[in-house]
Design a protein around this ligand. Sequence first.
Ligand code: CAA
Ligand code: NDP
Length: 291
Amino acid sequence: MDIEKVGVIGAGQMGNGIAHVMALAGYDVVLSDVKQEALDGAMETIRANLSRQSSRGKITEDEMNAALKRIRTTLKLPEIGLTDLVIEAATERETIKHAIFEDLLPHLQPHTILTSNTSSISITRLASRTDRPERFMGFHFMNPVPVMQLVELIRGIATDEPTFAACKAVVDKLGKTAASAEDFPAFIVNRILMPMINEAVYTLYEGVGNVRSIDQSMKLGANHPMGPLELADFIGLDTCLAIMNVLHDGLADTKYRPCPLLTKYVEAGWLGRKTDRGFYDYRGEEPVPTR
Ligand SMILES: CC(=O)CC(=O)SCCNC(=O)CCNC(=O)[C@H](O)C(C)(C)COP(=O)(O)OP(=O)(O)OC[C@H]1O[C@@H](n2cnc3c(N)ncnc32)[C@H](O)[C@@H]1OP(=O)(O)O
Ligand SMILES: NC(=O)C1=CN([C@@H]2O[C@H](COP(=O)(O)OP(=O)(O)OC[C@H]3O[C@@H](n4cnc5c(N)ncnc54)[C@H](OP(=O)(O)O)[C@@H]3O)[C@@H](O)[C@H]2O)C=CC1
């Protein structure tokens, strides 16, 4: 089936990136959230990122303006129902995602494909609570969306082939690379990446290194573009903790036990860049380690 209109639910850092790349690829986008400030913030970020791409010659000014025109924002979830493909990118909490799909179902067109950008939650379980498990799958972008090449596509147990093919065609049109992952906790990228980040927090917790030495060691010693603690702040510590909990519960193995220090940061509301404080404090000119 041909996808022309894409609905994105949740206008946080992933939602704005997804709306950005979809509009640039020529899709009409409806972006929704529960708060007007989130929608305004997302449009501001999209404008800034598109204009950076334009000033560096990656896209033309006409392409930037056309992309901006293709994005509409709304606080009314039912308007998402009129799209061909829905990508849910709200907070990484299963109850929130179930509630969103439940509210959306009565407004959906019969052909609409439902997907979630979840980092870890069972696609089969999310799908089973909808009226279309065969037209439901995981559509997992990486952060920052405009830059990262990979999209994980995750079939639930009931996902049918036309749905997979339609999503794969969208990834191709975005100029990104699709990787197919089986529906087990945290799929491929986060199954490997998140225990590494959690281990970095244990390394900090046990005093083996401090924030700077841990990040510097992994940047210079393993050639990672960002240190693991800097990356955790970038992803969001709430999201990192949620993913570790899904791994721990879903695989029932103590090797996935979230570090108590990670839990403490989240309890403090120090969620990383999005709250201006995490393993680094971003309120000044330069990030300053908090440990
Ligand atoms: C949690 C999950 O479920 C899954 C995940 O996403 S896990 C996280 C995966 N992501 C990563 O691991 C990111 C690791 N970090 C990196 O790759 C790099 O540090 C980075 C690409 C983010 C930034 O790269 P950098 O070289 O340090 O900085 P910078 O020079 O500013 O940026 C590189 C390019 O990206 C662009 N860029 C950076 N952030 C951007 C954004 N948010 N939107 C658009 N463009 C952006 C810059 O404009 C720049 O473009 P040019 O090449 O044209 O100059
Ligand atoms: N951060 C990352 O690096 C990556 C994250 N993901 C996944 O993407 C999803 C979003 O993550 P991210 O963008 O980082 O999170 P953010 O916290 O940046 O954004 C989530 C947004 O969803 C909004 N929201 C909460 N409840 C609802 C609702 N009922 N309806 C609509 N919007 C809602 C939040 O509003 P409010 O702030 O008011 O609660 C917020 O604006 C998660 O599933 C995450 O696991 C996937 C890949 C990478």
